[in-house]
Design a protein around this ligand. Sequence first.
Ligand SMILES: Nc1ncnc2c1ncn2[C@@H]1O[C@H](COP(=O)(O)OP(=O)(O)OP(=O)(O)O)[C@@H](O)[C@H]1O
Length: 264
Amino acid sequence: MLRVDNLSFSYKTYKKSKAPLKVFANFNLTFAKGFNVILGPNGAGKSTLLKTIFGLLDYEGEIFYGQESITAMCTEDKIKLMSYLPQMDVELSTLTVLEMVILGRLPELGYKVADEDLSIVMDTLRSLNIDYLASRNFSELSGGQKKLVFIAQTLVRNPQVLLLDEPVNSLDLQKQLELCQLLQKIVAEQNVDLIVVLHDINLAARYAQHIVVVDEKGALYSSGEPRAVITASMLKEVYGVIANITYDENGVPILSPVCSVRRI
Ligand SMILES: Nc1ncnc2c1ncn2[C@@H]1O[C@H](COP(=O)(O)OP(=O)(O)OP(=O)(O)O)[C@@H](O)[C@H]1O
């Protein structure tokens, strides 16, 4: 279980005369074991939160995995513990899909690729239904296919904590559902803690065990089970949206947006 204690972080702005942009101030949050989703409007700080957890930004405060301080860990240990899929993807590469995904095993690789590495890579490509792309040049793939290659690269690391920033972007509906089902399976079978940023609230409601809502000021608005968190008042206050909420036969909230509260 991952815990963020007293996190403060500001981006330095590109002009010396401008004040730093504060994203988090004394932010506290405890994720649940299993499938966590971070929701929030554009610019709320969701990507920044994942980057701080992975150790890419210099923050104040402390982040823990169980009793262990991630903040105090060396990079090698952080990379063993966590795998991170950034929001921005590289567009060009002269590598094939197989080579790109093998790169995901880099922390484990010696001077040559072992059979075990290859079999993990091929199993992962198969689980994402992209094994048929293995020998294709990465640069010649569609946007959604590239996304799946990056997801494969993140998964082959076999991490204990998976941090995924908008992994379903540019995937078609079937692949969005398949990816969420695969993530659910990984969480259940490999005891992985997953923290994923999504914009699709219905997808979050269906698959998340725990949802964290960050508001536009980078403050924690609410967190808990989907049914407790996805409410008409949260949608109005955090997203500025009027929406109807119904529930399916399993009690999963289903959101039907009506309109923005802002006048256009
Ligand atoms: N490298 C950077 N330098 C300066 N400011 C940044 C930088 N990256 C992000 N920001 C700012 O920090 C705030 C939080 O950005 P962040 O990308 O974490 O938001 P987000 O919730 O992930 O947004 P989105 O849903 O649009 O991806 C925004 O105001 C953004 O403009």
